[in-house]
Write a protein that binds this ligand. Sequence first.
Ligand code: 5GP
Ligand code: MG
Length: 176
Amino acid sequence: MKPLISEEDVQAGVTRMARQVSACYEGRPLTIVGVMTGSLVLLADLIRRLELPLRVGVVQASSYRGGVKRGELAINADMMPDIQGRDVLLIDDIFDTGHTLTQVIALMRRLGPKSIRSAVLLSKLGRCQVDMRPDFVAFEIPDEFVVGYGLDYRDAYRNLPYIGVLEPADLVDDSA
Ligand code: 5GP
Ligand code: MG
């Protein structure tokens, strides 16, 4: 595993993003929705830095199903709070092709929020396949498979306090 963003830098990035979010909503109430499970660590750190009246909920979206290959996206909104008429900030760990955020936002729009913005810790350069971009991005990163700070490989490494790049030797071959 090769370190990419140190714990110190991750924390500084989250603080920077929290200031941008706070400035955007100017004290208005906000409903934060985290995309589980990857956004868990960012969600916990970010909300403690926001000086806004907040409600927090989660939505589950999984496309990678444990490995690094894309599968079909499954969205479970059973734990989503009521967002009708509310300002909503959707949080995810990483923006890669953009399909996850695009599809979750499309689902949420049907629930009648006043506004929807999105915030991610990481955005991969040159990978986007959709015509939306997150409103808040803490770090742009090269196109490599990263883990840590909520991001997993087969459900491991989410608890690393830094972002690391998984090296080929760390990957399990599941083509067989
Ligand atoms: P997208 O739908 O934008 O292609 O991918 C977003 C989702 O894919 C993220 O929520 C995350 O779960 C997963 N993902 C994309 N890139 C990476 C990566 O480099 N590492 C890990 N662990 N997950 C990733
Ligand atoms: Mg995810």
